[in-house]
Ligand binder design. Structure first.
Ligand SMILES: [Zn+2]
Length: 268
């Protein structure tokens, strides 16, 4: 059995939550050595794993099944931590592995700003469309704006297709000389199709998918033009996560102002 790991822990001396990323490593080391860390999900003792290579995390001291946490990959931990470290700056409150009281869901990252509460998800696994739609609806019922980052592993140009610069004859008013602007065909699965279908129902939203590379912090944005079976024709851009923000209940990227005209003129 793979041991369940987590990026948050409960201090038994103060009952406070501590996280990788918001508490200095030496403090976490002292708490771990003092046996003062418990799993926020199952209450079992945790130990700090802080080596030079892998993302620092907590592991259950005993190989036990943890009801609340799942075995997760190194890249999932890295993506989650990147989202937390970036978006908690300036937020009123932020937490990883946040339990949503009303629905029993656990958000990878929770962020509360003056304007809205957000659930950020870093999605690498190939969940079904139904699973995604359920989670999306539950977040909305709980009053949370859910923002989904697909793992970079899911970003895949379609076989035999070349991602090329946007044609000067393309009449659409999309940005074409910035953020590695290009156009091409990309492989999508049920999950991506479900996300795009939900976006299509919202007249205020653009059909954008975001892929986060946990190693580089780059966000690849696909602006959908047409989905046919497992192929998505899209404009592609790459923006740094560091330039992205949470505004008005959605993800704001440096592309947002550049796409205003495209947004205004579509469907006409
Ligand atoms: Zn646990």
């Amino acid at each position: 059995m793979r041991s369940s790991t987590t990026l948050v822990a409960l201090r038994t001396d103060t009952s406070q939550r501590v996280s990788i990323g918001d508490t200095p490593e030496e403090n976490l080391r002292a708490l771990s050595d003092g046996r003062l860390l418990r799993c926020v999900h199952c209450g079992a003792p945790l130990v700090l794993k802080a080596g030079p290579i892998r993302v620092h995390h907590f592991a259950h001291a005993n190989l036990s099944a943890c009801a609340g946490s799942e075995p997760e990959t190194e890249s999932h931990r890295a993506g989650k931590l990147r989202l937390f470290e970036h978006f908690r700056a300036g937020a009123l409150d932020a937490a990883m592995e946040f339990a949503v009281a009303d629905t029993g869901q656990r958000a990878d990252v929770y962020v509360c700003t003056a304007g809205a509460r957000y659930a950020l998800e870093f999605q690498q696994a190939n969940n079904t469309a139904e699973q995604w739609a359920e989670r999306h609806a539950a977040y909305r019922r709980a009053g949370l704006a859910d923002v989904w980052f697909l793992g970079q592993v899911r970003y895949q140009p379609a076989r035999g297709e070349v991602v090329r610069s946007i044609s000067p004859y393309d009449p659409r008013p999309v940005p074409r000389d910035v953020y590695s602007a290009s156009a091409g065909a990309f492989k999508v699965r049920d999950l991506e199709r479900a996300m795009l279908a939900a976006l299509a129902e919202n007249p205020d939203a653009l059909p954008l998918l975001y892929y986060l590379d946990p190693d580089t912090g780059d966000v690849t944005a696909l602006l959908a033009r047409e989905v046919r079976f497992n192929t998505l024709r899209a404009y592609r851009y790459v923006v740094p996560l560091a330039a992205c923000a949470l505004r008005a209940g959605r993800l704001w990227t440096p592309l947002t102002p550049l796409l205003a005209e495209y947004h205004a003129r579509r469907d006409r």
